[in-house]
Write a protein that binds this ligand. Structure first.
Ligand SMILES: Nc1nc2c(ncn2[C@@H]2O[C@H](COP(=O)(O)OP(=O)(O)OP(=O)(O)O)[C@@H](O)[C@H]2O)c(=O)[nH]1
Ligand SMILES: [Mg+2]
Length: 371
């Protein structure tokens, strides 16, 4: 029986979507590594979490494949299989294109994305032995989540492997209701955009325990109370309060864990959340993606049929009208290399000359008859 991965490949191919040759050749295996994309605000602890994540995977005797997508990180705090810094020199890109730091990072990521099929090839070749493929992303969150290359990378990975988002939150910096809600709104926008299963990872819980966040997410009243007692919220308090109400539904769709990338606390909970998110991917995301591909294929088929029937109708009209047929026949035999439009004009002139000649000859005939 075909695996889900094989079905996804074949539905992509059948949908006549351009699938890179490398992906077509990629081995299709029963075992699917889970892809974890670490995203989060600058300084939230993504890279430290990556280090902890790979260490935990190794100590569980499992195999990770580690990819760094941050071109500006410098020295990596974790060992990795693919480093964007080996492919593009971020400082050189800035200099060459006259860009600032963010423009340089975006352009470097764009350049790297053009080679992403090779990354997929490498992952594909080893996917049998891999358990997790983990990605670190650039410091500025929007560079990955709101750029074309970020979307291409996310979508391509999600098409081929169970993919989950680990949204890393700096817990100490989110302890005021206003910053907390801003962070949640950002997470919501990413969830809405990607539709992928998301895990909220409250990091740095060795500094501030994340129990306040869990309470705010499950008990609306406690959040309202915090908003009332928060001087920072000020006149924005009622907006922050209403946002809390709006986001209640969103919280239900999320898995929440609190960890410390430094001490390693909470990593077991994180892996349990990843397992749940992978199941969610298989039951929700993948069927929705396959339906999208199917719908696209059907729409393409329908538009082809419509165009074909329109063409047939046009041909019927062309066949019935004598003048049209003559013109097209002239055109068809035009093999003298002359420009078609000129030829078309010449032909019109010829006809008018002929009819003028006919008229003159008819006049002469009448004059003769009258004599
Ligand atoms: N106490 C504590 N500090 C942490 C933890 N995780 C990260 N940090 C610290 O937070 C700072 C930022 O960590 P990074 O891992 O560089 O964060 P990042 O999100 O990768 O940063 P950018 O890529 O620059 O956006 C560093 O000083 C880390 O040591 C944690 O769990 N506990
Ligand atoms: Mg980092």
């Amino acid at each position: 029986m075909a695996t889900q991965q094989e079905q996804a490949y074949s539905s992509l191919e059948n949908a006549a979507m351009p699938l890179p040759q490398s992906l077509k050749d990629a081995p299709k295996t029963e075992k699917e590594p889970a892809v974890i994309l670490c995203i989060g605000m600058a300084g939230s602890g993504k890279s430290t979490f990556m280090q902890r994540l790979t260490a935990s995977i190794h100590s569980a005797k499992k195999t990770p494949y580690v990819v760094n997508l941050d071109p500006a990180v410098g020295k990596l705090p974790f060992g990795c299989n693919i480093d964007i810094q080996d492919v593009v020199n971020y400082k050189q890109v800035m200099k060459q294109y006259g860009l600032g730091p963010n423009g340089g990072i975006i352009t470097s990521l764009n350049l790297f994305t053009t080679k992403f099929d090779q990354v997929l090839d490498l992952i594909g070749k080893r996917s049998k032995e891999l358990d997790y493929v983990v990605f670190d992303t650039p410091g500025q969150i929007e560079i990955f989540t709101w750029s074309a290359s970020g979307q291409i990378i996310t979508d391509t990975l999600a098409t081929l492997h169970p993919t989950v988002l680990a949204y890393i939150i700096d817990t100490p910096r989110s302890s005021s209701p206003a910053t907390f809600i801003s962070n949640m709104m950002y997470a919501l926008s990413i969830l809405y955009k990607t539709k992928l299963p998301m895990i909220l990872v409250f990091n740095k819980c060795d500094v501030v325990d994340a129990s306040f966040a869990r309470e705010w997410m499950t008990d609306f009243e406690s959040f309202q109370e915090a908003v009332r007692g928060d001087e920072e919220s000020g006149y924005m308090g009622s907006l922050v309060g209403s946002m809390g109400l709006v986001l209640e539904e969103f919280y239900n769709a999320l898995k929440v864990v609190s960890v410390s990338a430094v001490t390693g606390a909470g990593m077991d909970d994180f892996f349990t959340a990843v397992d749940e998110a992978v199941s969610e991917y298989k039951t929700d995301y993948r069927p929705a993606m396959e339906k999208k591909i199917f719908d696209k294929k059907e729409a393409l088929k329908k538009s082809r049929e419509e165009n074909l029937s329109k063409l047939m109708k046009d041909m019927e009209v062309g066949g019935g009208a004598g003048s049209k047929k003559d013109t097209s026949t002239d055109d068809f035999y035009d093999d003298d290399g002359a420009d078609d439009d000129d030829e078309f004009n010449v032909s019109l002139e010829d006809r008018s000359t002929n009819s003028a000649g006919e008229e003159a000859s008819f006049k002469r005939f009448l004059e003769k008859a009258a004599k």
